[in-house]
Design a protein around this ligand. Structure first.
Ligand SMILES: *Cc1c(COP(=O)(O)O)cnc(C)c1O
Length: 360
């Protein structure tokens, strides 16, 4: 058994994907070819946002968002400590300071109560200017945007949705990628919607942000890429990856249903043994990961290994414990819930092509 079976998906879509790739080889427009725009339109329709700007990967999508929001040295940007490194990295990359926030023990997402405490602390200390929040849709479950939007409004902060894992998730019918001022996703192969290399996208309803994003992704271009009106970067999605994604996006709703069937069967089977994932009322998860909490995860992971079932740990190290963030001065015990999760979580295989293999 594979942890994520990309080969099964390719077998299922082979004829369509091969044809799409061949089309690109025939027209030869490898950079910003027609498939890029076609994909951006289809993504915008699917998510229900006005603008989608694709880019080279999910980390760049976040970096582009930070650039659009003008995040700079002296700014505080709040993000969960229990996440993938890129979420926090892009804040520091702009010279700003990531301010970490503890997790909700049930959803594993950023805890709105702790967030408000950390914002107030930064205001009281008076050293940094609170500017933005990056919330993460961890393991596919959208963060608590109804609460986060209230907090962002109250403290005049911008809200960014890191939907690298959350693409396909929903809250009361509203899709991930549609929350906050700007949202981002990743098309890394193992994400819910992945391509065959690196890829990413930024989502927004703000016309001004969309214009800036299109400029920043091509060297800060003005009328064309030889007219450079600001410092940008080179971060485009390859046409071949866009072509692949068009076919994968068409199949995505079916895969999403399959992932939810698999997750429900897991939960039925496992809820007596472990703390199984919590999906709050009105929420839909895209199940980037199916993640359990076990008191002694090493023993549990070994049991699965003996049965030929691969498991993974996402994530064993919180951001405040990463060497790269040592200078921020956090210590053990600062984030009790996230630290506990980092010690006790492990994930089971999950993809869109194995729900029939999960025991009923
Ligand atoms: C994967 C991931 C990213 C980064 O995406 P890349 O395409 O790998 O750069 C950012 N945030 C989260 C939460 C992720 O899981």
């Amino acid at each position: 058994m594979q942890f994520i079976d990309l080969a099964a998906q390719y077998q299922h879509l082979k004829t369509k994907i091969d044809k799409r790739i061949q089309d690109v080889l025939n027209h030869g427009k490898y950079i910003m070819g027609p498939e890029v725009q076609e994909l951006e339109q289809k993504l915008a329709e699917y998510v229900g946002v006005k603008h989608v700007v694709t880019c080279a990967n999910g980390t760049d999508a976040l970096t582009l968002s930070m650039m659009v929001l003008g995040i700079k040295e002296g700014d505080a940007v709040f993000c969960p400590t229990f996440t993938f490194f890129a979420t926090a990295e892009v804040i520091a990359f702009e010279g700003a300071t990531p301010v970490f926030v503890d997790s909700d023990p049930d959803t594993f997402n950023i805890c709105p109560i702790d967030l408000e405490k950390r914002i107030q602390k930064v205001i009281t200390e008076g050293k940094l200017t609170p500017k933005a929040i990056i919330a993460v849709d961890l393991f596919g479950l959208p963060a608590n945007y109804p609460e986060l939007e209230k907090i962002a409004k109250k403290y005049n902060l911008k809200l960014v949705e890191d939907a690298a894992q959350g693409f396909g998730g929903e809250i009361n019918g509203k899709k991930a990628g549609g929350f906050g001022d700007i949202a981002t996703t990743s098309f890394f192969p193992a994400k819910p919607l992945g391509c065959y290399g690196d890829g990413g996208a930024v989502f927004t309803n703000n016309d001004e942000y969309a214009e800036l994003l299109k400029s920043y992704r091509v060297h800060g271009k003005g009328t064309d890429k030889y007219d450079n009106i600001r410092i940008g970067m080179n971060s485009r999605l390859d046409t071949i990856q866009a072509a692949i994604l068009i076919e994968k996006l068409a199949e995505f709703p079916t895969e999403l249903v399959n992932r939810n069937i698999a997750a429900n069967r897991y939960t039925e089977d496992l809820k007596k043994i472990y703390k199984t994932p919590v999906v709050p009322e009105g929420y839909l998860s895209s199940w980037a990961q199916y993640t359990l909490v076990a008191e002694d995860r090493n023993t549990e992971m070994l049991k699965y290994k003996e049965q030929g079932i691969p498991t993974m740990v996402y994530y064993g190290t919180c951001m405040h414990k990463q060497t790269a963030f040592e200078s921020l001065g956090y210590k053990f015990g600062d984030f009790p819930i996230a630290e506990r999760l980092a010690n006790k979580v492990f994930s089971l295989p999950m993809h869109g092509y194995f729900h029939n293999q999960v025991k009923k």
